[in-house]
Design a protein around this ligand. Structure first.
Ligand code: AKB
Length: 310
């Protein structure tokens, strides 16, 4: 029997929906409480309606369920954050402060908080971006993630908070839809390829970005959270790498399965965001510290996505 009680805040988003399923398999159905600002009719397990910015509401949920670990996934992603900068800053930071303070006060034992490749910026080396390098993010999302990383490390060093984090690349999965990111095209493209045999991409054909298939991202997240504390040497956030590809390369891969698939390019404001992000990531530290490795490359992911979406 698991002694852990896990709370996922932002459980109805792209990662939350899949992570809840994976954690419920590992820890038992009733030991994972899902929470989100959305109303959910007939939730499949314990569910609480919760705004991550509502500190008192969050603490009541933590106490009510005897929560020991929080995964804080509620956030505005890069593209939406540029449209709503004030809300993005408030949500991305307040939610984190509320959870870090809960850990500092001893209400919970462990915190997971996702960072992103958006912490890097135009002055960062783009190829094999190192763990430690120049970081001058120029999007609200990236600025909030970088500030969040600094707070995580500070709370760990100053108050002993056991907080763990990964800098996610663009995530691709077939079970849940992405919302408001610059890397979302790499999910939409599969849906459109099957439905319409064509796709208009909002990034240019040669925009290479770091990406990852959802099973790899879930594996990394749970592996990091289950590692013994002494192995987690970085308390800001870990680089992890999966696959790097451009819209042209993913389209070529899809064409191996759907030969008539065609792609056109109409870059919009998201192109400027993508231009300032890395093309590939050096994840040596995650590999060395807690044994991370990815399983899926572009061709295995494409086959699996198309098989499942069909
Ligand atoms: C986004 O595109 O905003 C996210 C991310 C890379 O953090 N997928």
């Amino acid at each position: 029997m698991s002694t852990e009680k896990i709370l996922i805040i932002g459980s109805q988003g792209q990662i939350g929906l899949e992570l809840a399923e994976a954690l419920r398999n590992n820890y038992g159905h009733d030991n994972v409480v899902c929470a989100d600002v959305k109303d959910v009719e007939n939730p499949v397990g314990p569910y609480e309606k919760l705004d991550a910015m509502d500190r008192q509401g969050m603490y009541e949920v933590i106490k009510k369920h005897g929560v020991s670990q929080v995964y804080l996934l509620a956030a505005l992603l890069s593209a939406t954050a540029e449209q709503k900068p004030k809300l993005a800053w408030d949500l991305n930071m307040e939610g984190l402060f509320n959870v870090l303070d809960a850990a500092k006060e001893g209400m919970i034992k462990k915190v997971y908080w996702p960072s992103s490749i958006a912490v890097f910026g135009p002055t960062t080396p783009r190829v094999n971006t190192p763990q430690y390098t120049v970081m001058e993010p120029n999007t609200i999302y990236g600025i909030s993630k970088q500030a969040g990383e600094r707070y995580c490390e500070y709370y760990h060093q100053k108050y002993g908070v056991d907080v763990r984090s990964i800098r996610y690349p663009g995530l691709i999965g077939h079970k849940s839809a992405p919302g408001g990111g610059t890397t979302d095209y790499a999910v939409h493209i599969y849906h459109e390829a099957l439905k319409n045999k064509s796709y208009e991409c909002f990034l240019s054909e040669d925009t290479t970005l770091p990406m990852m298939y959802m099973p790899d991202a879930l594996k990394a997240t749970i592996q990091l959270m289950e590692s013994s504390a002494d192995k987690v040497k970085i308390r800001s956030s870990y680089n992890i790498a999966g696959i790097s590809f451009s819209p042209k390369e993913i389209a070529d891969e899809i064409r191996k399965h759907i030969p008539e698939f065609s792609i056109t390019y109409k870059p919009d404001f998201r192109q400027a965001i993508a231009n300032c992000w890395p093309g590939s990531i050096d994840d040596t530290r995650a590999r060395e510290d807690w044994g991370w490795h990815n399983d899926f490359d572009l061709s295995a992911m494409t086959k699996d996505m198309l098989d499942n979406l069909k």
